[in-house]
Design a protein around this ligand. Structure first.
Ligand SMILES: [Zn+2]
Length: 311
């Protein structure tokens, strides 16, 4: 999978400048990242962690940095998806506790006021200085998706993590009504999208409100049907992987335990899908079923949100 390669030199020059003004951050170790990505990590405009699980967590809208001297965008949504970066970190940490392995994680550190990396390039930014940020984010996702496809021929999953303020205790699933998980549904049937073993089903069984409700074949809420990232990297596209957009409500995100629940639900989902499960560490590969049959679900992974008071 490739992106249009225009202006790579400009991107590198700008990011090199940022790196000198903001200092380096720790780079993802042992992974040969594209130059744009390495420069953006060094400039602290991008967070990239490599992993060995068949999973990529993307966080496009929780950046808190603004490039100096550049005005906010005038068009498009500029609202920050509060707590989604922390949610991704807690999810990754819990998955590591449960499996001994971490997912890939990619987050934009720059505010959505300046750039929206979940939009096509033409709509993502208004000042050309933001182009390198957009480009580096997508080069990182392309790199991770390629690495996941190579490492996990049985399949891999991208979760694009968002927040919405429309319904405070609902997580809206966005797959373009199943298109971005074409491979998953072809291998495991429609219930892999909306049955009890689906990710939505696993979340619901742990007390998380989800829409569409598991077991229904309702269409996805139009405003959260899935944005640029899942539409670009989903398994309906050549070189893509199964991709699901998750839009968590305000009250759900305010609960710091949500990351533990998302980790447990994601792991149970991966284990229930033999193709995806083949990418898990050996002892985790046994096929698991939801609805109380997962006898080996540890106490830790059996975290339930229902019993946890909102923070
Ligand atoms: Zn968002």
């Amino acid at each position: 999978m490739t992106l249009p390669s225009a202006s790579r030199r400009l991107a590198l020059q700008w990011l090199a400048l940022l790196a000198t003004t903001h200092g380096p951050r720790a780079l993802a170790s042992g992974v040969d990242l594209p130059a744009e990505v390495t420069a953006a990590i060094g400039a602290d405009t991008l967070l990239v962690e490599s992993g060995t699980l068949p999973l990529l967590l993307c966080v496009p809208h929780d950046g808190d940095r603004e490039l100096p001297g550049i005005p906010a965008r005038v068009n498009g949504t500029r609202v920050r998806d509060q707590h989604t970066l922390a949610l991704s970190e807690r999810t990754a940490r819990r998955l590591e506790q449960l499996t001994g392995a971490r997912p890939w994680r990619i987050a934009c550190r720059v505010s959505r006021r300046q750039v929206d990396v979940n939009r096509p390039e033409a709509e993502a930014f208004e000042h050309p200085a933001l182009r390198p940020v957009w480009l580096a984010y997508h080069q990182a996702v392309v790199h991770a998706v390629d690495a996941l496809r190579t490492a996990h021929p049985g399949g891999a999953l991208l979760l694009d993590i968002h927040g919405q303020g429309y319904s405070s205790n609902t997580m809206f699933r966005g797959t373009r009504n199943g298109r971005t998980v074409t491979s998953l549904v072809a291998r495991h049937g429609r219930s892999a999208l909306d049955g009890p073993d689906s990710l939505g089903g696993q979340l619901a069984s742990r007390g998380v409100g989800v829409a569409p409700a598991p077991g229904s074949d309702a269409r996805e809420e139009q405003r959260y049907v899935g944005g640029y990232t899942v539409a670009t990297y989903g398994s309906h596209r050549p070189g893509g992987i199964d991709a699901i957009q998750l839009e968590f409500g305000t009250q759900q995100r305010a609960n710091p335990e949500l990351g533990d629940v998302l980790a447990a639900a994601t792991l149970a989902f991966l284990r229930a899908m033999p193709g995806l499960a083949s990418g898990l560490p050996g002892e985790m590969r046994g096929v698991q079923r939801a609805a109380g049959a997962d006898a080996s679900d540890s106490k830790a992974s059996n975290a339930r949100l229902r019993s946890i008071p909102p923070a």
